[in-house]
Design a protein. Sequence first.
Length: 559
Amino acid sequence: MTGPSDILRELIRDAVLELADERGIKIEESVEVEVERPKREEHGDWATNIALQYSKVFGEKPRDLAMGIVNKLGSNPYIEKAEVAGPGFINFTLSRKWISELLINVIKDGPDFGRVNVGKGRKVQVEFVSANPTGPLHVGHGRGAAVGDVCANILAFAGWDVQREYYINDAGLQIDLLGKSTQARYFEICGEPGKAPFPEDGYKGAYIYELAQQILDEEGNRFLEIPPEESLPYFKDYACRVILEGIKKDLADFGVNFDMWFSEKSLYEGDLLQRTLETLKSNGYAYEADGATWFKATAFSDDKDRVLIRSNGAPTYFMSDIMYHKNKFDRGFDMVIDVWGADHHGYIPRMKAAVQALGRSPEDLQVLLIQFVNLLRGGKQVSMSTRSGEFVTLREVMEEVGVDAARYFFVMRRSDSHLDFDLDLAKSSTNENPVFYVQYAHARIHSIFREAKSRGVSMPENLESVDFSLLSSQEEVSLIRKIGSFPEEMAKAAEELAPHRVTFYLYDISSAFHSFYNAHRVLGVEPELEKARLCLVEACRVVIANSLKLLGVSAPEKM
RNA sequence: GCGCUUGUAGCUCAGUUGGAUAGAGCAACGGACUUCUAAUCCGUAGGUCGCAGGUUCGAAUCCUGCCAAGCGCGCCA
């Protein structure tokens, strides 16, 4: 896309080259011009530090060089002025032409405003939540769900072809343990607890009793008649299926929908295991020793090699993961994103090594770490312990604070830093709650249009005829700049896989709107000014609505 | 022992491909509604960016060392 920053970059580059040529100074054709948005309002719309970087090459003081560059700048309809400031920055202020084009574009593009094609249609898979189907989702999974989902939204908005996937760990010991736990509770309810003892590390949550009771209701006590080993598969399948259904329901109600539910079991149905091992061996990263098959992790600066196939013939979890990732890449994804709990961070180098061993770049796998959530109620930490089965479920949080607040809170911090989730705050409808703050801004704009309608005023039909130069107050200029930065902010969020940027952006633009709203009236002012302001708040509404959409948070018209 | 992450205002956090006077919110204090929603706004106050060196025109940002917190290092999953 060609935005003002690209135009500026080119203009500045030409000026620098011309100046260098004139002075007989040799510099590279590919001058790297950096333009950035200044932190301070009075420094204009864009700034460059080019004169500071090149002052040595030119043998001139930065300020003098900056002056020279400014004098060489060709005129451009989008630039109102360029001035030298501070130690040698060049600050640019954009013209009215730019402002009116911006606002007209926002209004015309509506829900599509801000789409940038940095993904260029490449395929990316976001795999997230992927909780073992051994119990209901808890708050930690909720954060992973929100972060993964919003990331997927942002990537799609930035031009990637996105697929959402949930990896079901339906093989292995945990499912075994789940089956045994359910079975033991079943016998316990039947009054024969001796038939199968509750496993030492079994799942102790109350939901296991509920599962056992359901089985008893549906099947009666017929399992008392047969040996526990024979009925175990039934308990495993039943428990796993019902819990997974619950998880799917929770996620759907949370606004998270997956394109693919991928079963771990299915990895072993074909010859993937053999093919993966062959790939690794032919690339020189797998070998046999001590009766086991090893991964040559030391080739990737791990401190020792890792087992793939145990001497008893069973593949390790690491092997499963390698197979799974080979499968992902074989499905044609250009990039694969795994969303993991932060306690798995030590596993990243190994997984990246495996990706390289499969012949891919380590950059093709991105891992997003989700730090723990610290729930607060009444200013005190809500104690949680998975072991004892005492944890707060995602459903409880959703029901207590609502989906909007829950999603917003889960993504409002960098995902790799601890999150304090204040339940009371999320529920409150006061100025302390950021969710209400941003939703309120949206509702207020709708309220303006409702009032406008009752006065018989509506948006101007011919946007080109609106005089946007009337929007010249400090509040209006700030708001326009904020609206203009939406595409690049979203592009940044996509590039950094940083959903929290969206919440910060939303807060900023809402704040700019509220300031504007308190300082100026939209309706009842001069007709020309009223037209321009209606366009301004409509553009603002579009951008707020688009941001909320990315977060999966509703944009209420009335509050 | 090795490794990863974090350390910014009283609290919760942005900012980290080096840039101008380090920014928000909450809490504190003082103000603003006869008007399109006061669920809002405006102002005041609050900082040796963990500590110490280094690199340079310039460091919260890069390098080294140290301190503190959390986590990870299995032929477990």
